[in-house]
Design a protein around this ligand. Structure first.
Ligand code: AMP
Length: 282
């Protein structure tokens, strides 16, 4: 397994593979890898001749009061996991390797970026689009893999790839959960034992929302009201949003007439967690 730390090193290796006619799967991550990431990597390994995993905590997608500095990092463990999963190249740059000090170009996906997390994290998806575009270019990816855990991100990336005629197939992968339902996340390491228990209110709300929709409920306020009540019953939880939008255009919707994304962001203590479901299941 090759570890590349600069775009030039990664591109040189990938160019050699592309000359041989090999396909390349890209899995962009911020590291501190867990079974959620591993599910994307395993699928990429199964579907491509070569697999590139990027491990990069991207500063431009964090707001000024967010957790860029404290975000968990363990590159030794990440590269060991990648090696055992059959990854061919890990791309692990530093911010100064990725961004020119006088960079002029960024990418914004309007519309899809404005609801849900876009409301409380106004610069987040611009940072995500720009870095993912760069990673796709550096890796010359045939396919790129994203988790439905970050469903709005998946929709934003699909929109960018469509709008800019990018020659890469975006593959969405299901949410991987702990045995008790909590969606796996690198940020779960922030939780104390008490908060870890409290965090179960997110997946409980997801199951309640799914149950109501399976029973035929289509009214957003009825579904979201029942979900909010479950979260509000948890004293350590504070809702950022619980909302329903159209899938995958991420527009407000009051009734689920077509496919919808029901998504939430909830603070458990100081830790902001997200969870969601798409109905009907994609
Ligand atoms: P991150 O390192 O948090 O930026 O995540 C990198 C990729 O892994 C994103 O496409 C995430 O959606 C995906 N991912 C993270 N957690 C999970 C999970 N629990 N299930 C499925 N995919 C996940």
């Amino acid at each position: 397994m090759i570890i590349a730390t600069t775009p030039a090193e990664a591109t040189a290796q990938v160019s050699a593979w592309k000359k041989e006619g090999l396909s390349v799967g890209l899995v962009p991550t911020m590291g501190y890898l867990h079974e959620g990431h591993l599910s994307l990597i395993t699928r990429a390994v199964a579907e491509n001749d070569r697999v590139v995993v990027s491990v990069f905590v991207n500063p431009t997608q964090f707001g000024p009061n967010e957790d860029f500095e404290s975000y968990p990092r363990d590159f030794a463990a990440d590269s060991a996991l990648c090696e055992s999963a059959g990854v061919h190249l890990v791309f692990h740059p530093q911010p100064e390797d990725m961004y020119f000090a006088d960079a002029s170009t960024t990418i914004t996906a309007a519309g899809v970026s404005e609801q849900l997390c876009g409301k409380s994290r106004p610069i987040h998806f611009g940072g995500v689009c720009t870095v993912v575009n760069k990673l796709m270019n550096i890796s010359q990816a045939t396919r790129a893999y994203f988790g439905q855990k970050d469903a709005q991100q998946l929709a934003v990336i699909r929109r960018m790839v469509r709008d800019l005629n990018m020659n890469v197939e975006v593959v969405g992968c299901p949410i991987i959960r702990e045995a008790d339902g909590l969606a796996k996340s690198s940020r779960n390491t922030y939780l104390s034992a008490e908060e870890r228990q409290a965090a179960l209110c997110l997946s409980r709300a997801v199951r309640e929302g799914q149950r109501l929709m399976e029973e035929g409920q289509r009214d957003a306020s009825a579904i979201l009201g029942a979900m909010r009540a479950l979260i509000e019953a948890e004293p350590l939880a504070r809702i950022d949003y619980v909302d329903m939008v159209t899938w995958d255009s991420i527009q407000p919707c009051e009734r689920a007439e077509g496919p919808v994304l029901v998504a939430m962001a909830v603070y458990i203590g100081k830790t902001r967690l997200i969870d969601n479901f798409i109905f009907p299941k994609p």
